[in-house]
Ligand binder design. Structure first.
Ligand code: HEC
Length: 194
């Protein structure tokens, strides 16, 4: 009888130690993989900040260290009044350069013409505030503007982003819908000169 209760106590102690180890292990895992078990908006912020969206979608200010993202215009795309430097004829060709970008990386010239990084803030008229989640996911999966219209142009990496899970794309959309709306009408793409 005494032996049995000793066994029970030992077993309960063991399970306590195992549970506390698991909980601590979990807590550590949460700290080292930000974005995993948080809200969709927090996960979306993590995916947007680690996924390079600001590189192209956030205008820059110029410092001695070079261009840095201007977070007061976070994710608002190519500025409406962007000035494009002239592209020397013949620079972009199968044996020359493949593409060029403005120094803030919001406008790009290549064989596809000129593309301007979209305003992906929650602004209803010039951003994505009136988009549905389904249209956003379809855009990333099909490379069609708003999921159904013209082709989305390079260098928007929709093919790799489209490999994210539905939950991750939903989280990105939830975050983008939660950011400050910034009114900025990005210029329309310019087709290539023939
Ligand atoms: C290398 C530059 C680059 C990166 C990195 C980038 N984008 Fe883009 N993105 C663009 C450009 C350029 C366009 C405009 C394409 C066009 O007009 O067809 C665009 C367009 C979009 C659009 C609008 C698509 C449509 O239907 O018109 C969305 C939404 C978008 N990007 C989301 C994102 C998100 C979210 C990320 C980060 C996970 C991201 N982009 C990373 C360059 C980029």
């Amino acid at each position: 009888m005494r032996k049995r209760s000793m066994l029970v106590v030992t077993l309960s102690l063991c399970s306590l130690i195992i549970v506390s180890f698991l909980v601590r292990g979990n807590a550590l895992a949460l700290q080292t993989t930000p974005g995993t078990a948080k809200t969709p908006v927090a996960r979306g912020e993590y995916l947007v900040s680690s996924g390079g969206c600001h590189d192209c979608h956030t205008p820059k200010t110029f410092t001695q260290q070079g261009p840095v993202p201007d977070m007061s215009k976070s994710l608002s795309g190519a500025p409406a009044d962007i000035k494009l430097p002239a592209v020397p004829p013949g620079l972009i060709s199968p044996t020359g350069w493949g593409a060029l970008a403005t120094n803030d990386l919001t406008a790009w010239v290549g064989p596809w013409g000129t593309s301007f990084a979209a305003n992906i803030t929650s602004d209803k008229t010039t951003g994505m505030g009136s988009w549905t989640e389904a249209a956003f996911i379809k855009t990333m999966r099909t490379g069609k503007h708003k999921g159904a219209l013209r082709d989305v142009l390079p260098p928007m990496p929709w093919e790799s982003l489209g490999k994210l899970t539905d939950d991750d794309l939903k989280a990105i959309f939830a975050y983008l819908q939660s950011v400050k709306p910034i009114q900025n009408k990005v210029p329309d793409p310019i087709p290539p000169k023939r």
